[in-house]
Write a protein that binds this ligand. Sequence first.
Ligand SMILES: C[C@@H](C(=O)O)C(=O)SCCNC(=O)CCNC(=O)[C@H](O)C(C)(C)COP(=O)(O)OP(=O)(O)OC[C@H]1O[C@@H](n2cnc3c(N)ncnc32)[C@H](O)[C@@H]1OP(=O)(O)O
Length: 177
Amino acid sequence: MLNNIRQIFPRIIRPTMMLTNIRSSTSNADKSPVSANVPSGLWKLGKLNHIAVAVPDLDQASSFFKNILQAKSVSGAVPQKEDGVYTVFVELDNMKIELVHPLGDDSPVANFLKKNHSGGIHHICIEVDNLEAAIKEIREQHIRTLNDKIEIGAHGKPVMFLHPKDCDGILIELEQA
Ligand SMILES: C[C@@H](C(=O)O)C(=O)SCCNC(=O)CCNC(=O)[C@H](O)C(C)(C)COP(=O)(O)OP(=O)(O)OC[C@H]1O[C@@H](n2cnc3c(N)ncnc32)[C@H](O)[C@@H]1OP(=O)(O)O
């Protein structure tokens, strides 16, 4: 008789314990730093605008996207003096790939290529609907921005870079949509 009760008991209590676990994990999730840091509604993250790839040879990289991957549109190289880079835009249906190559010795991309000789993904650019509000709130979360003031990026729009060491190893450019 007692053995029968022991065998039945776990089947009775397990669903209750599971419910308790779900409830407690839900309430823990509500208090997690992730949900606590959800933006308060003054700004919203938008589309991925471009992925920038640092390349040691712009002609070779342009030719790869044009002739091998057959991208519909590959621009010519444009010097972006203030950013210290040449850019080539590869247009895809939903976004751009931006090939970047150092312009000048103190280019931030030159430093990157010294460490990554074959090149590699340099940054991603995401649009926001209110860049000023985004930066204010992001700084309050102790994420470092890489300029004191908002600057104008390669598309003629206001941009701000966030430090890769504060963003899971990704250099993030936020661009006003
Ligand atoms: C046209 C325009 C546009 O799209 O609008 C552009 O493309 S402008 C594209 C060029 N402009 C920019 O990149 C502007 C923002 N970038 C910067 O301010 C700089 O490049 C930093 C990201 C702060 C890196 O500075 P710097 O090269 O002097 O320092 P560093 O080499 O000691 O790097 C410090 C640490 O960050 C890491 N690190 C450096 N660059 C990185 C990157 N692109 N992605 C991920 N991590 C990166 C390094 O490996 C190192 O980690 P360890 O300490 O673990 O080794």
